[in-house]
Design a protein around this ligand. Structure first.
Ligand code: MG
Length: 261
């Protein structure tokens, strides 16, 4: 008669199974003993914000309004000499006055949620980078490209929705020139150590006309037209710049919410 001797391996497997079973059972019993209240978190209570905007263009109640169609009081020339922003206001929007130069916010900002609407000229002039080009420079240094990218070939990391020469947008959500488009941006400013070296890079998320085109991407440094970017320590808060790239691009309904840590 053949004697059945259980191998050590089988025995070990059996013991392991027992341990796992007991552990899982205990965990489940522990969870069952918990009360619903034990996983409720009541503090802090988020501050009330009236979101607005469902049937109108009003920004959220806690937003810093940078432009609502009335004036450019929040803006100045990006020359930084305090001279006024000389772009043309008409109706609810402001349009780049080619040659007048870029404009910047009078106030500085760090991490922000930024909403901005823009429109490339209806009359198509130029091609590639020369058609409906402008830009939103976060902290005056990091460009989210504005370009007429409706049937307009150019390098992908320079089209609308791109972080210029750093990140290609995940999709081309362009509307036809002459139509209003929107960017909803979550921008996290870079942080620097005491010695000026980089603590954490800037990050950005962008929705273009509601379509996610930048998904929490890391910026390599300030935007460069030529060559590769690299960080240099800068102030925590810097003005936002809108670019004069010689094309009469229009903007409207510009607001932001400052983000904490
Ligand atoms: Mg540009």
């Amino acid at each position: 008669m053949k004697k059945i001797v259980p191998s050590y391996v089988s025995l070990l497997s059996f013991l392991l199974c027992c341990i796992v079973f007991v552990n899982v059972s205990c965990a489940q019993e522990g969870e069952q003993d918990m009360k619903p209240e034990e996983t409720e978190v009541w503090e802090p209570v988020p501050e009330k914000v009236n979101p607005n905007g469902l049937n109108d263009k009003a920004p959220p109640s806690d937003a810093v309004v940078l432009f609502d169609g009335s004036d450019l009081d929040e803006w100045e020339s990006a020359e930084g000499d305090g001279s006024p922003a000389e772009w043309d206001i008409s109706g609810d929007h402001v349009t780049v006055a080619p040659g007048a130069g870029s404009i910047q916010t009078r106030r500085g900002f760090g991490s922000v949620q930024l909403h901005i609407e823009w429109r490339a000229p209806e009359e198509i002039e130029g091609e590639g980078q020369g058609r409906g080009n402008s830009g939103v420079f976060l902290q005056g240094l990091y460009e989210l490209q504005v370009l007429d990218s409706y049937n307009n070939e150019t390098y992908s990391n320079g089209m609308a929705g791109s972080i210029y020469k750093q990140h290609i947008p995940l999709a081309n959500a362009a509307r036809e020139p002459g139509q209003w488009q929107s960017y909803d941006i979550v921008y996290r400013a870079p942080e620097f150590k005491e010695d000026g070296s980089l603590e954490s890079p800037a990050r950005i998320t962008v929705f273009w006309n509601g379509v996610l085109v930048q998904d929490d991407v890391e910026l390599e440094g300030p935007t460069e037209y030529i060559g590769h970017p690299s960080y240099e320590a800068h102030e925590d808060k810097l003005p936002i710049i809108l670019q004069d790239h010689s094309n009469p691009v229009s903007f409207r309904n510009i607001w932001l919410r400052e983000l904490g840590e």
